[in-house]
Design a protein around this ligand. Structure first.
Ligand code: BGC
Length: 256
C-alpha cells in the first residue's frame, strides 16, 4: 500500500491540467479521491476512469468554489461518500489577461472569487469538519510563482496568488494547534490548458524557455509529485511554506 493508504483527498479543478494529475497521483499512493470540477463533466469522468482503471477509488462532484452553496456541497459529498476527508488540495484557478487600466470589476471579482475566496471558504468548510471531529489534516494550495513574482498584464491573478501566500501563512499559524498543516505549491510554466495562448506562440515560448534553467516547461506530474509528498507522513513537520516547482524560473538571472 502507498503512503496515502486510508486517506481521503478532495482536489478542486481535478477534471483538467494540474488538478487531474494530482488526483491521479494521490490515488496511486492509496488515497480515495473526490474529483471536483466546473463546466463540462468529461474531464472529471476521464480522471475517475483513469483512477479506477489503476485500481483506485474516486467520486465526482460538480462545484464552483466561488459559490458558497457549492463549497458546502463539495465538503458534504466527501463526508457522505467517504465518511470523512484528510486532505484538501485547493487547485481550481483561473487567469485573465488585461492591462491594468482596462481591467473591469467583473474580471477582478471573478479571478479573486475562484482563486482566493474559493480556497479561503473551502478551507474553512473543511477545517470546521476536522475541528468538530478533532481530526488532523492537510491543506495544499496550488498558488503560482506569481504569488511572489510579477506578471505584467495579469494583475488580478497576481493579487489572488499573493493573497493565497498570506492566507497560507496565516492559516498555518491558526491551524497548527489543530494538527492541520497548510502549504503552497507554486508552479511555474506548466503544460496545461491555462497556458494555451503561450504554448501556441512559438517566439514567446522560446523566450520563456530561455529563462528556465532546466530548459523545459513543467508537466502536471512534476507538480503532483510535490503535492503527494506534502500530504504524506513524510511532510508531517512541514507547514507554512511555499514549494516552488518551476525548473528554476524564479531564481534565474543572466546578463544577455
Ligand atoms: C500562469 C501561467 C504562466 C506561468 C509562468 C502560471 O502561474 O498560470 O500563465 O505562464 O505562471 O509565468
Amino acid at each position: 500500500m502507498g503512503r496515502l493508504a486510508g486517506k481521503v483527498a478532495i482536489v478542486t479543478g481535478a477534471g483538467t491540467g494540474i488538478g487531474q494529475a494530482i488526483a491521479k497521483r494521490l490515488s496511486s499512493e492509496g488515497a480515495r479521491v473526490l474529483i471536483d470540477y466546473v463546466g463540462g463533466p468529461e474531464g472529471a469522468r476521464e480522471t475517475k476512469r483513469a483512477i479506477e482503471q489503476a485500481g483506485g477509488e474516486a467520486e465526482i462532484v460538480a462545484g464552483d468554489v466561488s459559490k458558497m452553496e457549492d463549497v458546502r456541497a463539495i465538503v458534504d459529498t466527501a463526508w457522505n461518500r467517504f465518511g470523512s476527508a484528510d486532505v484538501l488540495v485547493n487547485n481550481a484557478g483561473i487567469e485573465h489577461k488585461s492591462d491594468f487600466w482596462d481591467t473591469t470589476e467583473e474580471e477582478y471579482d471573478r479571478v479573486m472569487a475562484v482563486n482566493l475566496r474559493g480556497a479561503f471558504f473551502l478551507s474553512q468548510a473543511f477545517v470546521r469538519r476536522l475541528r468538530a471531529e478533532k481530526k488532523p489534516g492537510r491543506i495544499v494550495n496550488i498558488s503560482s510563482v506569481h504569488e511572489d513574482m510579477v506578471f505584467p498584464g495579469f494583475s488580478t491573478y497576481c493579487c489572488s496568488k499573493g493573497g493565497m501566500r498570506m492566507m497560507m501563512r496565516n492559516l498555518a499559524m491558526e491551524l497548527g494547534p489543530l494538527g492541520i498543516t497548510v502549504n503552497n505549491v507554486a508552479p511555474g510554466a506548466i503544460i496545461t490548458p491555462i497556458n494555451k495562448a503561450l504554448l501556441e506562440d512559438k517566439p514567446k515560448l522560446n523566450a520563456l524557455l530561455n529563462n528556465i534553467p532546466l530548459g523545459r516547461l513543467g508537466t502536471p506530474e512534476d507538480v503532483a509529485g510535490v503535492v503527494a509528498f506534502l500530504v504524506s507522513d513524510d511532510a508531517a513537520y512541514v507547514t507554512g511554506s511555499t514549494f516552488i516547482v518551476d525548473g528554476g524560473l524564479m531564481r534565474n538571472y543572466k546578463e544577455q
